[in-house]
Design a protein around this ligand. Structure first.
Ligand code: NDP
Length: 461
């Protein structure tokens, strides 16, 4: 149990999700000492909290809260994104940082886990306001990070533009050019494929799920894929699905969902590019929904998520917006619509109720009817994996080609899938014909790697 916790519902949810899968496996029977490791790993090594004061375009003082949770450095420098969103608080950043520890372990690269951000809302702000905020935020954060200490990246609300402003300020204050942030611009140290990496990696991962479950007979070709979100992860996941022959039947944002009319067709590359263009301006998809080419093909449902609003069959669901975006009832609706593969582009995209529904259907349905769920810490690990590759390129002062990075990403996602699968088979024995639990396997694989390193460092004994 975690003790003496303040009220941190999201962090508690993430902790309980991990702890319950360890408890329900043979891990603690085989290695009872790991209970102590779990207690130690669930307390962050350090949390930095600071004031961010900046000037708006009217010359007024604005104040936000800044945070960096340096959760665990057993495997390498703290690594994890920065989120700028009005809902950001310590519970959310601790849940994200906690998940990040085990996700980073699954990539096989040397990265610890961290997360940070601010309750600053970039929507409706001018470029100058965003620049002034980023400069002020980094003026404090730069005292606590560095290429060998802590390497942040983007997350919700933090794109290449914000990374650029923050990198510039770090460089000015510290007077050194170093790979202190990932997701940088291509001409100043960014890795090719980093913007695409989370979405592409998610689809590569699901491709392995489909092939394994179908004994190599099926692929994305012909699959109807429901995607939520329309930001970085959702856009590139959707583009890769289309490239592999699947149909994308939904996208969404914080204000509503855009759903394909009828049972035929798909979002096209051009339509996804049009959505990407309005998202650069931080506008809502509702603006596109009224354009004739969109309104004749899609229905826009204000305030809705896609899952219960799609016409016809759903084969694959890729939640790619934010945490807790699939409820237990929505999980049941997805399964009723035929969905067999659910994989999270977002972190903790499914509520615990939804995970319970997916996992219950996995164990109850051997053979072709099986439902298979992949948690974000495995399925969306491609983003941080390519961030790790960006760090490697920066250290060596080299730039790898698109093909080189993409092939490394593919290999990492394949290893991540196989590792989760093999670990599930080792620690959780499913009934004959039932697919192994990817959530249990991924949690156990990530946790044991970190726990072992911590033991060798003398962090627990
Ligand atoms: P973006 O900011 O690019 O996009 C976020 C998308 O989610 C937008 O469509 C946004 O809508 C929507 N959204 C945000 N908050 C809510 C909400 N409360 N309810 C409904 N929709 C919401 O972020 P990313 O695409 O980078 O991140 C999406 C998810 O993927 C997050 O969970 C993130 O932690 C996770 N992730 C991201 C990685 C990355 O490399 N970027 C790596 C691994 C995980 P709107 O435009 O209206 O705000």
């Amino acid at each position: 149990m975690i003790q003496n916790l303040p009220f941190e519902p999201e962090f508690e949810q993430a902790y309980k999700e991990l702890a319950s899968t360890l408890e329900n496996s043979t891990l603690f029977e085989k290695k009872p000492e790991y209970r102590k490791a779990l207690q130690v790993v669930s307390v962050p090594e350090r949390i930095i909290q600071f004031r961010v004061v900046w000037e708006d375009d009217q010359g007024q003082v604005q104040i936000n809260r800044g945070y960096r949770v340096q959760f665990n450095s057993a495997l390498g420098p703290y690594k994890g994104g920065l989120r700028f969103h009005p809902t950001v608080n310590l519970s959310i950043l601790k849940f994200l940082g906690f998940e990040q520890i085990f996700k980073n372990a699954l990539t096989g690269l040397n990265m610890g886990g961290g997360k940070g951000g601010s309750d600053f809302d970039p929507k409706g702000k001018s470029d100058s306001e965003i620049r002034r905020f980023c400069v002020s935020f980094m003026t404090e954060l730069c005292k606590h990070i560095g290429a060998d200490t802590d390497v942040p990246a983007g997350d919700i609300g933090v794109t290449g533009r914000e990374v650029g402003f923050m990198f510039g300020q770090y460089k000015k204050i510290r007077n050194q050019w170093e790979g202190v942030l990932t997701g940088k611009g291509g001409s100043w140290g960014g890795s090719l494929i980093r913007p695409e990496a989370t979405g592409y990696g998610l689809v590569y991962y699901v491709d392995h799920m489909i092939k394994y479950a179908s004994g190599g007979k099926e692929s994305f070709a012909g699959k109807r894929v429901a995607v939520s979100g329309s930001g970085n992860v959702a856009q590139y996941a959707a583009l890769k699905v289309i490239e592999l022959g699947g149909s994308v039947v939904s996208l969404s944002d914080s204000q509503g969902a855009l759903i394909l009319n009828g049972e035929e067709g798909s979002f096209t590359v051009e339509e996804i590019n049009a959505i990407a263009a309005i998202k650069v301006e931080r506008k809502q998809i509702s603006e596109l929904a009224t354009v004739a080419t969109f309104s004749s093909k899609f229905k826009y449902i204000p305030g809705a998520r896609p899952w219960t609003n799609i016409t016809g069959r759903i084969d694959v669901a890729l939640p790619s917006a934010t945490q807790n975006e699939v409820s237990g009832d929505e999980a049941k609706a997805l399964i009723a619509a035929g969905c067999k593969f659910i994989a999270e582009g977002s972190n903790m995209g499914s509520t615990q109720d939804a995970i319970d529904v997916f996992e219950a259907h996995r164990t109850a349905n051997p053979g072709p009817a099986a439902i298979w769920y992949a948690p974000g810490k495995a399925a969306n690990a491609g983003g941080v994996a390519v961030s790790g590759l960006e760090m490697a390129q920066n250290s060596a002062r080299v730039n790898w080609s698109r093909e080189e990075v993409d092939s490394r990403l593919k290999k990492i996602m394949e290893d991540c899938f196989n590792n989760g699968l093999a670990t599930a088979k080792e620690y959780v024995t499913p009934a004959e014909g039932v697919l192994p639990s990817l959530v249990a396997g991924s949690n156990i694989a990530g946790f044991t790697k970190v726990a072992e390193a911590m033991k060798e460092h003398g962090d627990w004994w």
